[in-house]
Design a binder for this molecule. Sequence first.
Ligand code: AMP
Ligand code: ZN
Length: 508
Amino acid sequence: MPRPAPAGLPLTLFNSLTRTTETFRPIDPDLVRVYSCGPTVYARQHLGNMRAYIFADTLTRTLRWAGYPVKHVINITDVGHLTSDADTGDDKMERAAAAEQLTAWDIADRYTRLFKQDLARLNVAEPALWSVATAHIPDMIAFGERIAGSTYETPSGLYFDTRSVPDYGRLAGHRPDEGREVSRIDDVEGKRHPSDFAIWRKSEQPGLRQMEWESPWGVGAPGWHLECSVMSMKHLGERFDIHTGGIDHREIHHPNEIAQNQAYTGSDHTGATIWMHNNFLVERGAKMSKSSGGFATLDTLADAGVHPLAYRLLCLSAHYRSELEFSADNVMAALTRLKRLVRTVNKYALHVSSIFDTLAEADDAAQLNLVRDKLEQDLSTAAEGYIAEFAMAMSDDLNTPMALTVVDRLLVDPKLSVVEKARLLGSVDLVLGLDIKSLKPLAPTSLRVRPAAAILTEADINARLAERREARAAKDFARSDAIRDALIAEGVEVMDGDPLGWEWRVAL
Ligand code: AMP
Ligand code: ZN
């Protein structure tokens, strides 16, 4: 059973459906069920996409920390997603396969693998289930048959009639007949209304597509929106607690899922009780993405010498419903904050290694509550106050920026013992996921990932810095400046008087 909410503070979450912050009331407190829209695996997921999974991970960690067991499902879209969300254009998978001269199946395999590696680098917990679209084709066909009353056939496939369900488009905040058009009606012959969407798309010429299946509506492939309704209900039940995704999904994908769910259950219930959306990572300067030719990936950061967990910390430093600006300054600020944390952890680790051993047991989500209990046993009143404040911040629709300031304050509070600080850090990290237990053995300099493009080795840099120190000691400032300028020319910025004791950083 969940632990009692601190000081009468229940968990509240913003529901995009009602556009209000609501008290979270699980359908079954013994198993909270959460579904997150996952990647379309036709390309590497970029840092913006990763924000969506860090958000979902923060949500499920918070639920577990609050005492709820959680079943989390993330889907892998390996078929059906067209180049436009409005159901027109090419299939993203088939297009990538042609461009990379691989089969669509190999493309799916490659990018699913890279995606999971990126999640691990960000310390995002594995869901209970990775639900793969192509493994659910018979379920999708059965679903399509059951919603026959809401569909009609066109020469190109089976379409969903969005006027057949109540309140279509409520999630997006506009009804199809009064809102913007999601696609032009004349894009598809026989389509009755602009917001209607494909449940099944017939292959124009069977045998040409790599991914196609027999169905009652001809050989073809499922429409993209269908998979999430089918897989969420199959694995989580017709009613489950929370559905997450990026804010773009609030406009088309999720309203269409809701419509399908309503047709399937013959009710006006939306399937999930709460629909949550993370806002976008945005790039104004567009400098950092140039090297990758699109939005930056975790590799772009690593190539610039930035640890992946600095990106996680950057995401936590903004509220999930706010836009987050991706800039060199923001990334470097997050890296500095992470380094400060690592230094603190290193300081405490010497005293309290057993605390970190306790944390190592928290890998099994079911154990998390026990670990939390252990870490928070017999805390002083002051320490308990910090836990209550942290809980209050997280209970307030996952206010991570506020929660981080609580962490900043507790670390410098002279009223807390070193052991207590380490315990508090251990407990809050069950939510923040900065992997403090692994950061522990890191020397702070380990966070200084060597950039891929660097010409100089770390030893070179250190040797030149030593030379520069000698020059400065001898008051040979011309020489010291010359060494600094030479380093800058090779992408290394020297930081005199860096309070953290890092003497250089990679210039982004
Ligand atoms: P996709 O692979 O395009 O289906 O996207 C995977 C997830 O990333 C979805 O939940 C999207 O809504 C989300 N997403 C896409 N771009 C961004 C962005 N710039 N910032 C945050 N989330 C995003
Ligand atoms: Zn989805």
